[in-house]
Write a protein that binds this ligand. Structure first.
Ligand code: GLC
Length: 553
C-alpha cells in the first residue's frame, strides 16, 4: 500500500487562499499560516494549483519558468519553508504541473518563434497555412481556432488547445518528454510528494490534415482529434518511468476532464506507467437543461439527479475495483461551487453535510476544494463585464449576438462560471473575510459564512467535516469494498466491508422521512446530520438526513 492510497486531499487555489503581504493576492506564506488549520481538519495531502512563474493569462497554467516560484506568490525560501513545515505536520504536498503547453513567454517558445534554426522549434506544433487559412477547423477549449499565426512567418501557424498565449508542446518529440521529466525531478528533489498532471489526456493529437465534421460552428471543439488518443500513454511512459525511478512513491494524480470510468481504468493500471489515479470533471450526477441549444453545455443550468449520481458511482466503483482508487469530489477551480451549481432544492447545513458524507465515505480519495468544508458559496458579480475569463468573454460575445438579455447572461455566469469558485477563502467576518486587508484580486459579493464562526459552533459544517474525515480513516471507510444497497429510490445507501469491519452510509435525498431496515442489530451510529432513531432494527431518517454506521466483526 502507498501513502496516497490513504490520501485525503485539500485543494488550494493559492491566489485566493490567504494573503500575508496585503497585495490582495494569496501567497505561499498564507498557505504556511494555515497548515495547522488543514492538518487539524484531518487532511493529509495538499494539492496546490500552479505556483511557477507565469504571465497569469490562465492563473498560472501558462508557465514561463518552471524552475522558480511566481513572485506574486513568494520565492524559493517560502517554498522550502512550506515544504519543511508541511512535512513536519505529516502533510504531503502535490504540485500542479501543466505539461500540455507552456506560456508563449517561455524561453523555449520565444526562441522557437523568433529563430528559424531554433533547437526548440520542434518543441511545439507548427503547420503551414492551407489555402490562405488555418490548417484545419479544430476549435480551442477557450474559443476560436486552435491555430494562431506565427507573427514572424505569416505562412505558418502554431497550435494551442487553450489560450493562444499557451502554445502546445510537441510530445512526439522525445526531447520534450525528457525536458518535462527534468522539471518534475527538480521539484521532487525539493521534496514534493507528487504532481497533478494537468490536461495530460491532450498531449497527443491526431493527424493535423483533417477537419472536424461537427456542423454549426466555424471551429468546433472536437475531442476525437485531441483527447484520450492512444498515443497519450506512449508519450507519457518514459516521463512517468523517470519520475517513479527517482521517487517510487511520487503520487501521480492525472487530470482527465472528459474521462469515463473505462478510460480511468486504462490510465491507472499499475504496470503501465501512467497515473496512480485520475480525476475527471463530471461525476456530480448532474442533468443539464438542454432546452436552449444556443447555450454551450458548460453554462447550461443543471440539477442534481440522484439516479445519475448512483449510476456514476456504481460504474466507477465497479470498473476501478482491483485497479485503482476513484477520486471523490464535488468540484474544483474549473467550475462553479457545488452549492451554486446543482440548483439544490434549498441550501442549508443539513443538505451540505449530506452531500459531503455521501460522497467522501465511498471507496476512493476525497479531493475537497478549499472553502467547501465551511459550506462556502461562489462569488456573485454585479455585471456581465465583471467576468473577464476567456470562456466567459466568449459566451458573452456569442449570446449578445443572439440578443440574449444581459440579466439572463449574468445569471448563467454567476451560476456556472469558474471565476465565481475562485474567490477568497472566508476566514472571518471582516470586510475582505480575513483573506487580506486589501480588496482581493478576484472580488464580488460573498455571504457571511466563515471559519472563525464555524470553529465556535459544534454543529457547524466545518465541525461535521472534521468528524467525517476522521471517520474516513477508519478501516472500513478507507479500505472496504463498495457495494450499493438497493433500497428506496430516494435513498443513496452503500456498504463498505473489510475482513474486520463494515460501514453503512445512508443519505435521504427527499423531503419525507424514510425507513431503512438494517441487516442485523450490530450497527452503531458513528456520525449523522440529525438525530436518528433505530427501533427493532429499522432506522428512520428524517428528510435530507444522513448517517454512517459501523459494525465490527
Ligand atoms: C486544466 C486546468 C484549467 C486550465 C487548463 C489549461 O483543465 O484545470 O484550469 O485552464 O488545464 O492548463
Amino acid at each position: 500500500m502507498n501513502w496516497y492510497d490513504k490520501a485525503i486531499v485539500y485543494q488550494i487555489y493559492p491566489k485566493s487562499f490567504q494573503d500575508t503581504n496585503n497585495d490582495g493576492i494569496g501567497d505561499i506564506q498564507g498557505v504556511i499560516k494555515r497548515l495547522d488549520y488543514i492538518k487539524n481538519l484531518g487532511f493529509n495531502t495538499i494539492w496546490l494549483n500552479p505556483i511557477f512563474v507565469s504571465p497569469q493569462v490562465d492563473n498560472g497554467y501558462d508557465v514561463s519558468n518552471y524552475f522558480a516560484i511566481d513572485p506574486i506568490l513568494g520565492d524559493m525560501d517560502d517554498f522550502t519553508e512550506m515544504m519543511t513545515k508541511a512535512h513536519k505536520l505529516g502533510l504531503h504536498i502535490i504540485l500542479d504541473l501543466p505539461i500540455n503547453h507552456t506560456s508563449d513567454q517561455h524561453p523555449w517558445f520565444k526562441d522557437a518563434i523568433s529563430n528559424p534554426n531554433s533547437i526548440f522549434k520542434d518543441y511545439y506544433i507548427w503547420h503551414n497555412q492551407v489555402d490562405g487559412h488555418e490548417p484545419n477547423n479544430w476549435g480551442s477549449f477557450f474559443g476560436g481556432s486552435v491555430w494562431e499565426k506565427n507573427p514572424n512567418d505569416t505562412n505558418e501557424y502554431y497550435f494551442h488547445l487553450f489560450d493562444k498565449r499557451m502554445p502546445d508542446l510537441n510530445w512526439k518529440n522525445p526531447e520534450v518528454q525528457k525536458s518535462v521529466a527534468d522539471i518534475a525531478k527538480f521539484w521532487l528533489e525539493k521534496g514534493v510528494d507528487g504532481f497533478r498532471l494537468d490536461a495530460f489526456i491532450h498531449v497527443a493529437k491526431a493527424k493535423l490534415e483533417q477537419d472536424s465534421l461537427i456542423q454549426g460552428e466555424e471551429f468546433p471543439v472536437d475531442d476525437t482529434f485531441y483527447a484520450k488518443r492512444p498515443e497519450v500513454k506512449d508519450y507519457l511512459a518514459g516521463f512517468v518511468r523517470d519520475i517513479k525511478e527517482y521517487k517510487p512513491d511520487a503520487f501521480l494524480f492525472g487530470e482527465a476532464s472528459s474521462a469515463n470510468a473505462l478510460n480511468a481504468a486504462d490510465y491507472t493500471r499499475s504496470n503501465e506507467n501512467c497515473c496512480d489515479v485520475v480525476v475527471n470533471s463530471g461525476n456530480y450526477g448532474e442533468v443539464y437543461d438542454d432546452s436552449n441549444p444556443d447555450i454551450p453545455s458548460f453554462f447550461r443550468t443543471r440539477k442534481l439527479s440522484l439516479d445519475s449520481l448512483k449510476k456514476t458511482y456504481v460504474t466507477w466503483e465497479s470498473v476501478l475495483a482491483n485497479i485503482s482508487l476513484p477520486t471523490l469530489t464535488w468540484g474544483n477551480h474549473d467550475i462553479s461551487r457545488v452549492l451554486d451549481r446543482l440548483n439544490l432544492p434549498f441550501n442549508d447545513d443539513k443538505l451540505t453535510k449530506l452531500l459531503a458524507m455521501m460522497m467522501f465515505l465511498q471507496r476512493g480519495i476525497p479531493v475537497i476544494y478549499y472553502g467547501e468544508e465551511i459550506g462556502m458559496h461562489g462569488l456573485k458579480y454585479q455585471k456581465v463585464s465583471d467576468f473577464d475569463d476567456q470562456r466567459a468573454v466568449d459566451l458573452v460575445n456569442n449570446l449578445e449576438k443572439k440578443s440574449f438579455d444581459d440579466k439572463d447572461i449574468l445569471q448563467l455566469l454567476n451560476n456556472q462560471d469558474e471565476m465565481t469558485a475562485r474567490g477568497p477563502m472566508q476566514w472571518d467576518s471582516s470586510e475582505y473575510r480575513g483573506f487580506s486587508s486589501k480588496q482581493p484580486w478576484n472580488w464580488g459579493q460573498t455571504d457571511e459564512t466563515n471559519v472563525s464562526d464555524e470553529v465556535k459552533d459544534s454543529n457547524s459544517i466545518m465541525m461535521f467535516y472534521k468528524e467525517l474525515l476522521n471517520i474516513k480513516k477508519h478501516d472500513c471507510f478507507t479500505n472496504g469494498d463498495y457495494q450499493l444497497l438497493i433500497t428506496d429510490p430516494k435513498i443513496y445507501a452503500y456498504l463498505r466491508t473489510t475482513s474486520s469491519c463494515s460501514g453503512i452510509v445512508l443519505a435521504n435525498f427527499s423531503d419525507e422521512s424514510k425507513k431503512f431496515k438494517l441487516p442485523d442489530n450490530k450497527w452503531k451510529k458513528v456520525l449523522a446530520n440529525q438525530a436518528i432513531k433505530i427501533t427493532n432494527g429499522v432506522l428512520t431518517l428524517d428528510s435530507w438526513g444522513c448517517c454512517a454506521l459501523e459494525s465490527k466483526k
